[in-house]
Design a protein around this ligand. Structure first.
Ligand SMILES: O=C(O)CCC(=O)c1ccccc1C(=O)O
Ligand SMILES: [Mg+2]
Length: 327
């Protein structure tokens, strides 16, 4: 049985602009970078980047887990991390599968790579627009950088105001553009119907509305998905693999947003996606380059060719310096 030396560090980095969603404002990203090393000097790294308001464990739960682990661990330990710690499952498994793929270095705990590997070329990326009317200018900048699909947060302000902006936005977007609307569970049933109705009749290609209703309103979303042309993508409802399996069993055959960073075991996620051939859209959890690389690798394997991935906001993070500290 192989034994790995385990170590970890915390990080915290501020968003250049706070992220505004229907859940409120999000100012900084905190997480844990883990390190597994073997006696030959090979090592692998992984990232624990929880979002507890979205359905993963809290950072404190993840930290407690790391603090209680011994410094020498086996694969058995990694594959028995409980489903209640999905962000930890992702980090440890991806560190294990990345073993030996990193250059051997002297120091046992290297900092973030000075140059991160290029993002997977086989993928296309969705650009994340800021909430509110800032989106009206921002899409042009993203368009110039090559983005053709945009994601805009709704359910943040009043429906009337958002519909006004939506109208301006859809009138200015070129015909080749696609738009995703992310309500982050912030709409009422009536508002969701209203948005779907409008999207069904607008010129712009609205690819889908993401998580219009709260997680408990599964049957309503199932019904809405049957009654409108505009597709619905579940996101908060399928934050973890356990939830994803549950929604699939309950009959969801629409789009599933998958955030590998909090979904849980990547090997079980891969198996589920391949077995059921689900329509998956992969998305970031605003992780650092460590988690991003592992998540994009899964996305490249499992995305359908017509679905761009939601990893568009990397440059809104203060990315140059994110120090690691003992926690
Ligand atoms: O990185 C991206 O472009 C999209 C990621 C995104 O929107 C998101 C990131 C973290 C938490 C929740 C969400 C969401 O989709 O609601
Ligand atoms: Mg979402």
């Amino acid at each position: 049985m192989k034994v790995y030396h385990f170590d970890f560090r915390c990080y915290r980095r501020r968003f250049l602009q706070p992220l505004v969603t229907s859940h409120g404002m999000w100012h900084s990203r905190e997480g844990i970078i883990i390190h597994l090393g073997d006696p030959r000097g090979s090592y692998g790294r992984g990232e624990i980047a929880p979002i507890s308001w979205f359905g993963s464990e809290t950072l404190k739960q993840a930290l407690d887990f790391c603090c209680k682990l011994p410094r020498e661990i086996t694969e058995e330990v990694i594959f028995s991390i409980p489903d209640s710690l999905p962000a930890c499952q992702f980090a440890f498994e991806s560190a294990l599968s990345g073993m030996g793929k990193w250059p051997v270095r002297e120091d046992s705990f290297p900092l973030f790579p000075s140059s991160s590997p290029p993002d997977a070329e086989s993928l296309t990326y969705t650009g994340l627009l800021p909430a509110g009317k800032a989106a009206l200018n921002q899409w042009k900048t993203l368009w110039k950088r090559g983005y053709r699909t945009f994601k805009w947060k709704i359910g943040v302000d009043g429906t009337t105001k958002e519909l006004e902006i939506f109208e301006l936005l859809t009138r200015s977007l070129p015909p080749a553009a696609k738009l995703r609307l992310d309500a982050n569970a912030g709409l009422s049933y009536e508002e969701a119907k209203f948005w779907l109705e409008i999207c069904d009749h607008v010129q712009t290609n609205v690819e889908f509305i993401e998580q219009p209703l709260p997680v408990q309103k599964f049957s309503e979303m199932l019904e809405l998905s049957a009654n409108f042309k505009t597709a619905i993508a579940l996101d908060e409802s399928v934050a973890t693999l356990t939830q994803l399996q549950d929604c699939f069993e309950k009959g969801w055959r629409g789009i599933f947003v998958i955030k590998p960073g909090i979904a849980g075991s990547p090997s079980r996620l891969r198996q589920f996606c391949q077995q059921h051939k689900i329509d998956a859209v992969f998305s970031s959890v605003f992780e650092t380059s460590v988690g991003r690389q592992a998540a994009l690798q899964l996305a490249a394997e499992l995305s359908r060719s017509n679905r761009s991935v939601g990893f568009g906001m990397n440059n809104s993070l203060e990315s140059a310096e994110h120090s690691l500290f003992k926690c």
